[in-house]
Design a protein around this ligand. Sequence first.
Ligand code: PRX
Length: 637
Amino acid sequence: MGEQIKYQSRGAYQDLYDESIRNPKGFWARQADLIHWHKPFDKVLDDSKPPFAAWYVGGQTNLCYNAVDRHLDQLGDKPALIYVSTEVDQEKTYTFRQLHQEVQIAAAMLQKMGVKKGDRVLIYMPMIPEATFAMLACARIGAIHSVVFGGFASHSLASRIDDAKPKVIVSADAGSRAGKVVAYKPLLDEAINKANHKPDNVLMVNRGLIAFDQVHGRDQDYTTLRKELANAKVPVTWLQATDTSYILYTSGTTGKPKGVQRDVGGYTVALAASMKYIFMGEAGKTFFATSDIGWVVGHSYIVYGPLVAGMATVMYEGLPIRPDAGIWWKIVQDYKVSVLFSAPTAVRVLKKQDPAYLSKYDLSSLKALFLAGEPLDETTSQWISSAIGKPIVDNYWQTETGWPILAVQRGIEEMPGKLGSPGVPVFGFNVNVLSEDTAQPCKVNEKGVVAIEGPLPPGCMQTVWGDDERFVKTYWSSFKTRQVYSTFDWGIRDEDGYFFILGRTDDVINVAGHRLGTREIEESISSHSAVAEVAVVGVADQVKGQVAVAFAILKSMDALDAAQSKTLEAEIMKVVDGQLGAVARPARVYFVNVLPKTRSGKLLRRSIQAVCEGRDPGDMTTIEDPTALEQIKASMN
Ligand code: PRX
């Protein structure tokens, strides 16, 4: 084995971490006390079928109960959900008691449409309270939700409908971005038309933002049903800890998104533990995560985590700089936010605005700013830290894990951070930097693959929805010699045990904290009738971290003049907008005659990316046509 490298604390962190690795069953049995159990578990962990891990076997609990009902006695009249929209100029606070009732009403609506335990409910919604009600309602009755990010368009939505096969879809007429209405309903209708699977019902929240056609018999109106079911009482359905709470699709190497499947009991415990030891959560205080419910951060730290911890959670619909760059800090002041969670891109956007906005509001309630989702560069980190005078806590994780893998865990002890590093391993994660070839730990500061020894701790994905084989093949088969979970991130670990993340090992790119698969974008571009072949790579960008850039070979060999190129580029972008959503739109589409490939036909994406970023493309001995990279370079000028 390689050297053992550890964070040099001899204090509380090291003790807690060591115990979690040495004696995971004892450790997680103790953490289970953080939540309510209807029936105690018989077995903390069943890892008899690796790499599958079943936590809290035999135990019965409920995520919604832990998030809402459990707090009614102590916090019933305290804020639970704070909705702030700078898009439609609305602010509304729901107490735990009000949230409890809204969730029961939503649960009654789903039951009325025949939704039962184990049925899937797809949620395609903007950041409005009804989205949270719908998620919690599913959790309450044991229906499995699958939230699809509102920025995705009909093709992305259709493939998720076909995979999850929802009985009901909950949606809204429209969202709003920068004051402009973003229609959801027509995209949803188009997606349902495209999909092979058809939901029985669509539950529609009509915000009055667009006129839309109802599909008779299928579409149901939320407001009408809400009135009808205003006093509904829907008891919690006690679930097995190992039952499924939700599916959340995420991008990988292939064009087909994977449904990350999460359990009930392990997830609730993991969130509760993370709120205590990482996020310094305190019941009765306010948590504000600026993400979207369509992403994993939204699931874990807009909806479930803060509520499980008895905190009020802010659901913000709007941009960080509208009406001005002071809006988040105003929310911090107005609602006495104690924990703020955002992404580096948002901070880089703020950095371009007048710094006076950052000192205009009273931030005394704020303990720290947590940032995750993409690499946090040192300049951005230093800038925001001195601008707001609060600790900045970078944390590294994935949709698959559901909660942080690496972080400076200030809820355990005052640990020093290091610029550019998301910190040290989080309790429960036996994480290492492994050599790609030997699967053995790398030396200090040597680059390798960030990997986690099984069994994964509670809260992590159980499997790929409907495809156990894909789970094993995708995540646990990177190393030939042994079964280890690959994060698909490169990393190093320094002499003090701090990790540094150096980008993905696969074809996933990270645009403004949004995780996208280059294959999906390639497939979409290829559907344009003029395109013969295309390569999409992620290229470094000062604000968004990365942007997608496409290089396409056209079917016709006739050269395009500049105006024709521009028109075609715009057309291709429109195809991507329509199929996947503007979030996946490439920043540029360049036209070339040949793409760099190996002699066996494998696209050399990393070499293209290197050329785009002005780096050395590396060993080119396997390239089929050495002029291909020259063309890439030339096309960009
Ligand atoms: O590449 C890593 C990057 O985002 C990926 C996971 O994205 P997603 O599934 O959307 O989950 C985001 C949860 C916060 C990772 O594989 N990533 C995430 N956090 C960091 C990061 N890269 C560097 N530093 C981080 N703190």
